[in-house]
Design a binder for this molecule. Sequence first.
Ligand code: PEP
Length: 244
Amino acid sequence: MRCVVANWKMNLASREARAFCEDLLGHFTPQAGIEVGIAPSFTFLHLVSELVRPIGLQVFGQNGHAEAKGAFTGEVSMPQLRDAGCSGVLLGHSERRQFFGETDAALATKVKAAWQWDLLPLLCIGETLAQRDAGQTLEVLRQQLSILAETGPGPLWVAYEPVWAIGTGRRAEAAQVREAHAFIRGELNRHLAGTDYVVPILYGGSVTPESFPELLTIPEVAGGLVGGASLDPRKFAELVKQAG
Ligand code: PEP
């Protein structure tokens, strides 16, 4: 299975989101074996869901709170994401870890909450440049995946996103992606041993239609989590086509 997911971050207004979806629908042919998702801002989750779910696209929240409801001003819960039409939720994006202090401990509770509300967690992991330069990449990935020891097994997608490659135009080299994805697969096999869960590992970090075909040839790269290039419906449609 291949997966292509758009992370719109804090971009677009509802009018632009509608225009994107209408343009995408005009250029999008559903293909067997390819899962396509969009992670819009909370304010137009409903709108995007209504437009794209009928043709089989998934809609992801960009974050979700572990509690189902209560006094958590500014937060959105997993059942609220479901109510807005989401089938999944991005968890642990590096911007959440970096700017909002998201910890592995908090992510373990969020993954469990997502499962409780029947949402597919897309867990983002990756090292900073300082960690890579210090030779700590694999240890960071091991640590970030160790939350699975606490959550136990369940349906999951993982995105390997080297922090230094996100939004920078600097894509990781093939050998770096190959090493990281192979390591992640080994860790997932260890955590999910004895279960039937098949976890696709997406690459994220400055993916474009120019770089995606080569990335897709790397073993264990099951697709992409795409930021910047996903804001252009033609580029996003092209990425989906390339995944086919
Ligand atoms: C992302 O937001 O997850 C991402 C990979 O962004 P970009 O494609 O812009 O690097």
